[in-house]
Design a protein around this ligand. Sequence first.
Ligand code: FES
Length: 106
Amino acid sequence: MPRITFIEHDGTAHQVDAANGQSLMRAAVDNGVPGIDADCGGECACATCHVYVEPDWLARTGQRSEMEQSMLGFAAVAQDNSRLSCQITVTDALDGLVVRMPDGQH
Ligand code: FES
């Protein structure tokens, strides 16, 4: 199972074992990671699952869709490495992935 590390804004790290095929958001929620509220349930419509992907991993997490890009446009704290974690599908290629949560997501 791919192991993913979520790091809260205060530096608290949470390592979770994610299942292939589930979204990064679902892996966080199912494992009680704070800061990923996922209010819309993964429909790319809320941006409460926002994460910053560590730069080394950006190529493997893929490109934002147009809709995701548009949602991130509403996030004041969006950066070049911002993604909506509900739009990233877990695969073995993401084993070891590290993402960080923005300030304000607790
Ligand atoms: S869970 Fe709502 S945009 Fe990802």
